[in-house]
Design a protein around this ligand. Structure first.
Ligand SMILES: [Zn+2]
Length: 243
């Protein structure tokens, strides 16, 4: 089983061994909304077992954005509606070959087949979708208004630096932070796509703003996340592009 931790009433999070990728389960009346289930095939099998053990039936899925590690599914989650923003659904179709390639040659065919099969639309759960173009076009945060939980997708990470999408659209990322700010202000809990669940959504948002502003203005940043796996490379990439 993949350990599911309850981070708010009816909100469960599992964390992959790869890049601390999170899977989020929102439970309403025994029905589960599964957001970005990830990532390795054995972990998806384990998530099936964990949900079964808790007596949860997957009713719907949601993908926050069109990157390969956020579009996954497992046959035993069922053939239920899987939603995403219109732009995410479009990109999942248009960029399917590259997304499949990013999963690697050894990825099981049955999981490859199910990857990215999302439609434009909203879950029937009590959620508000917050669509912006930071990190990926059509990226969507899922806001749970009653619980004040922000499922941020690949934004507001405590371990990853801001990663503007190719060709490094920093202005889109900065606008996305503006869109997210009222939710971050109000959030009791923030669940990033990679990293640790926290109660510091606004502090994370301010750190991301500071990082991008420093990179733009002086071409460098002392953000401690630079020391995390893979981040030195991302830092240099952004620095060169902004130079
Ligand atoms: Zn991503």
């Amino acid at each position: 089983m993949l350990a599911l931790h309850e981070v708010a009433p009816g909100v469960l999070v599992a964390t992959s061994r790869v890049m601390q990728t999170t899977s989020t389960v929102v439970v309403e009346a025994g029905r589960a909304l599964l957001i970005d289930p990830a990532w390795m095939p054995d972990e998806l099998d384990a998530l099936v077992a964990s949900l079964r053990e808790r007596g949860l039936t997957v009713a719907e899925g949601f993908a926050t954005h069109a990157h390969h590690d956020h579009l996954l599914w497992h046959p035993e989650f069922g053939s239920v509606p899987r939603w995403a923003s219109a732009r995410t659904a479009e990109l999942a179709r248009l960029e399917r070959d590259a997304l499949v390639a990013a999963l690697g040659a050894g990825f099981p065919a049955e999981l490859v087949e199910l990857m990215g099969r999302v439609d434009a639309g909203s879950p029937t759960f009590d959620v508000e979708l917050v669509v912006h173009d930071g990190h990926a076009p059509g990226h969507t945060a899922v806001w749970l208004p009653e619980l004040r939980v922000l499922v941020a997708g690949d934004m507001l990470s405590d371990v990853e630096l801001p990663l503007p999408f190719w060709p490094d659209d920093v202005p889109a990322y900065e606008r996305a932070l503006d869109v997210l700010e009222p939710y971050a202000r109000s959030a009791r809990v923030v669940i990033p796509g990679h990293g640790n669940v926290g109660t510091d959504a606004l502090a994370r948002l301010e750190a991301d703003r500071r990082y991008l502003a420093d990179m733009r203005r002086v071409g460098e940043s002392t953000d401690p996340r630079r020391a995390n796996p893979g981040m030195a490379q991302e830092y240099e990439r952004l620095r060169e592009l902004l130079a």
